[in-house]
Every structure is written in C-alpha cells, then in structure tokens.
Design a protein around this ligand. Structure first.
Ligand code: BGC
Length: 256
C-alpha cells in the first residue's frame, strides 16, 4: 500500500509517498526548511503544503522529535514548548484533511530499520541511536519496541548528552570527526553501563557511508556496532508504516 510519510526534523520537514511493502519511496521526497522555533501551527502548515505537493488524499504517518502518546506530544526538547500537550494527530489531520498517525521520530526510524534495513534479521536487545539536531533513541527487545525512550537526555559530564555529542554539536563546536567520536565513545560507554545491549544501530545523517568512514573505526563497544541503512529516509518510511496501521505500532512490528 502507498502511504505518505512525513518526518519533522530540527532543520527540515521531509515527506514522500512510500510503498509500505518494499519500504521504498515511490516519488522524490519533498523537503521544506523547519520554521524557526518549530511552533505546532507552522509545522502543521508545512505538513499541509507537503500533502498538497503530492496531491495526497489518503492516510499518512508523521514523526516528530518528541514523546508521543496516543497522538499527543508530551515533551519538546528542540521544538517549541507549545508542543507539550498538543494533540499532534488532530492538529495534522485538521491541517491536511487526512487521517494521520503520529509517533516519535527515532521510533519511526527504528521501525523502518527493523523492517527493511540494518535490523531486518536482528533479535535480542537492539538500541538504535540517531545523531542529528538531538540524539534520538529506540530500544527493542526481541523486536518489540519500548516506545518513547529518551536516551539522548541522559546526563554525561554534567550535561544533557545530546548537548554534548549530537551531530549539531559536532558542527557548531567544530569538533572534527575525531573529537566528536571521542564524545560519542563516552556516550556509548555510559549507555553500556546502564543497559545490556546486543546491537547498537547508529542512524541519522551521520550514517551516510561517506561519513561513517570518518569515525566508525574510532568507536569500540562491547555490543555489536552497526550503521543504519536507510539513513535520512528512515523516518519517512517508518512514519508511513505506522500511518498504514493507523498508529498501531505492535501491528507494524508483527509484520517486520
Ligand atoms: C527528542 C527526542 C528525539 C530526538 C531526535 C530529542 O531532543 O527529545 O524525542 O527523538 O531529539 O530528534
């Protein structure tokens, strides 16, 4: 089935129709810069613009960088505080006229990776981490997702980890790949002290092969370390899969 997936990120809002059987985008994705502050109303307008761009009238899935419970955002780290308590599913449905399922962006990316990407064959404890504006996390035990984990908000050296080791911090502080990898190593060590992980999947923009070549060899973990395969499209694909099942994550993962 073809479903429109939309990924609301810190710097861009990206969408494309997805064939949910193959996990492939069926048209070139449309990207619009995230408005300053990412207020719910302006994000909803852009979502509607993406829906119009594809002349879309069917169901869609949308992922946002926040905890989401039954369509309602309950946190807002890198987006406007007005998201907290906002019924994002209702907001996007009203703006687009389409039925919309909403989930956390790292959970969406992880659903896609488990179904079509690096996690296809993985059981055990899998932690997908996305490095971008923040650090997103998605934790699976034997392919069952524990939704809405926020391991990017662990404290590391007296700081919120995503303010220390995200890709945004690498760029803003001019850390270089080596300097950034040292921070990521500290972060992964910390996570491994807390959780007994079988496999890490590193995702987000830093999972592009030409980027992983610059830092992956510098990282050492007890758990197996893999990189995501679907890269920047993972959020769109995962959101579309959840849109198809109208927000029923368990159903999506059963099919994974
Ligand atoms: C948010 C998470 C999100 C992550 C990646 C964090 O700041 O709290 O919900 O998954 O950024 O976008």
């Amino acid at each position: 089935m073809e479903i429109l997936g939309i990924d609301v990120g810190g710097s861009g809002i990206k969408g494309a129709p997805v064939d949910t059987q193959s996990g492939r985008l069926t048209a070139r994705r449309k990207r619009i810069a995230t408005p300053d502050g990412a207020h719910p109303a302006s994000v909803a307008e852009i979502t509607a613009a993406i829906v119009r761009h594809f002349c879309w009238t069917g169901p869609l899935g949308c992922c946002i960088p926040a905890r989401v419970r039954q369509g309602v955002a309950t946190t807002a780290a890198n987006i406007d505080q007005a998201w907290i308590g906002t019924d994002a599913a209702a907001l996007f449905s009203n703006a687009t006229g389409c039925p919309v399922a909403v989930l956390n962006d790292a959970d969406a990316a992880a659903v896609a990776e488990m179904r079509f990407g690096a996690g296809r064959e993985l059981g055990g404890v899998v932690l997908l981490l996305t490095f971008g504006t923040g650090i997103g996390s998605a934790l699976f035990n034997n392919r069952a997702l524990l939704p809405n984990t926020e391991f990017g908000h662990l404290y590391l050296n007296g700081m919120v980890a995503e303010h220390y080791a995200s890709d945004r911090i690498r760029k803003e502080n001019d850390l270089g790949w080596d300097g950034w990898a040292e921070r990521v190593q500290e972060y992964l060590d910390h996570v491994e002290r807390l959780l007994d992980i079988d496999t890490f999947i590193l995702g987000g923009g830093v999972s592009k092969p030409k980027k992983t070549a610059k830092y992956l060899h510098l990282l050492k973990t007890r758990a197996r370390l893999m990189t995501a395969e679907l890269m920047n499209e993972a959020g769109i694909i995962g959101a579309a899969c959840v849109g198809e099942s109208r927000g029923n994550l368990a159903e999506v993962l059963r099919n994974a």
